[in-house]
Design a protein around this ligand. Structure first.
Ligand code: NAG
Length: 267
């Protein structure tokens, strides 16, 4: 029994060590992906988690193989904290990403995005970092395709076409502005145009400005972040179940180590 749980713990820790490699790789991939280069507050925690899991599984591996009781102690404590932390983060991610979705409009192939629909926490994060994120979006190529298509796109084709959340939020004026279509990124104000939405005032036909400072652009970004976080939260749940199994085996190995040692001490 002693050997079984110790060996099993060793094996499971090799597995967690191997798992930490894709977590790390995932974090690095997230930081390099073109579309998410403006969401850089997401991948740092993932990279940190990968490094953390790697160190913890090494401690567990050495603790169980070499029968180092104090290392197993530290390992179990850190593992417990990791489970609590991951559990809290998963709940948090679900709560934060629960609110907000694009709004479908009749006769439009794309959705419209409103900042007020998303969780207050996310709104605050994106508002506080908008200087950096906004200029990052401006440098990115999200609106380039629409600018290049230019007047080749008839109004009806544009209305029926699909736009990503960022394109809908940042590259065209909001639907309630009622602007007249010239090209996807060129709209004229008419007497019937509404300016009650602040975004309608912020809009400019200048390709460098467009709607990059609009609330709808922030909402489009939040919609992307929401989708990413949902995926991360689901992966977290799978990982959490695995960690709880490893933790239970770790507890078993720890108890066995102690019994082993007391046997030696009191024959
Ligand atoms: C928008 O279209 C109008 C009318 O065709 C044109 O005069 C104007 O130069 C265009 N603006 C931009 C920024 O392309």
């Amino acid at each position: 029994m002693v050997k079984v749980s110790n060996n099993l713990l060793g094996l499971l820790n090799i597995a967690t060590f191997l798992i930490s490699i894709p977590i790390l790789a995932g974090g690095i991939w997230l930081s390099r992906q073109a579309n998410t280069e403006c969401e850089q507050f997401l991948e740092k925690p993932v990279i940190a988690l990968g490094v953390f899991v790697m160190v913890v599984s090494l401690a567990g591996l050495i603790g169980s193989c070499c029968r180092v009781t104090w290392l197993l102690w530290v390992y179990l404590l850190v593992m417990f904290l990791l489970i609590v932390l991951l559990f809290s983060f998963t709940i948090f991610a679900f709560v934060v990403t629960n609110k907000g979705a694009g709004e479908a409009l009749s006769g439009r192939g794309y959705k419209e995005y409103r900042l007020g629909d998303y969780s207050h926490w996310l709104q605050k994060r994106v508002n506080n970092n908008w200087g950096r994120i906004g200029s990052c979006l401006q440098d990115s190529k999200i609106c380039q395709k629409l600018i290049d298509d230019g007047s080749n796109t008839a109004a009806n084709d544009f209305y029926k076409g699909h736009l990503s959340a960022l394109q809908s939020g940042c590259c065209k004026p909001s639907n309630d502005c009622n602007f007249e279509y010239v090209s996807p990124t060129n709209w004229t104000k008419t007497p019937t145009s509404s300016l009650t939405n602040q975004d309608c005032v912020t809009w400019s036909n200048d390709p460098k400005t467009l709607c990059y400072s609009c609330q709808s652009c922030k909402a489009g970004l939040l919609d992307n972040i929401k989708t990413d976080w949902k995926k991360v939260a689901i992966i977290n749940i799978i990982f959490l179940i695995f960690l709880i199994i490893v933790y239970s085996v770790g507890c078993c190995a720890f108890r066995n180590n102690r019994e082993d040692n007391s046997w030696k001490r009191y024959p």
